[in-house]
Write a protein of this length. Structure first.
Length: 159
């Protein structure tokens, strides 16, 4: 029996729901560099907004991995510790983006750094055999889209 044929109807519904939510979650990655809002609420520009969203999602992805490792039949302490890297990287890069608001090059570098962090997180998730096949496949597609959007944002910001 293949990995893809082992899903229960409940798992299929979860996969469908998370796919829709994941695609909707791409909007804040893709829209800012396309529309290029120069002034958002709170004085943020699109570059900073994209960086903050990227940092938030990296924190979420780290939490997913921490939970999987913590609730495994045999908890994997190394994975729990490593799962702190994505939110810390995201926080640091968001700080660079916020601090570099007067310098589009610095913000562009932060967006490029976030793209690298997403790619690394995506590779780590793809190798996680304890995550369902559908989730790993979804993460591949979402990671590619988010990474490309962050690269586009970095280039548009003046990397």
């Amino acid at each position: 029996m293949s990995e893809t044929s082992r899903q229960s109807p409940a798992s299929e519904k979860q996969a469908q729901l998370l796919t829709v939510l994941g695609v909707l979650g791409l909007v804040p990655f893709v829209v800012p560099p396309v529309l290029g809002f120069e002034a958002l609420a709170g004085g943020l520009d699109w570059r900073t907004a994209q960086a903050l969203y990227g940092a938030t999602i990296l924190g979420f992805l780290g939490g997913v991995r921490a939970a999987c490792a913590a609730f495994a039949q045999t908890p994997r302490l190394a994975d729990i510790v490593l799962s702190m890297a994505p939110p810390l990287a995201g926080y640091g890069l968001a700080a660079v983006a916020i601090g570099g608001r007067g310098s589009p090059g610095a913000t562009g570098q932060a967006l490029f750094g976030l793209a690298i962090a997403f790619a690394v997180q995506g590779v780590w998730d793809l190798g996680a055999k304890d995550l369902p096949y559908w989730y790993r496949r979804l993460r591949l597609l979402l990671t590619i889209a988010a990474t490309l959007a962050l690269i586009a944002g970095g280039l548009r910001a003046g990397l």
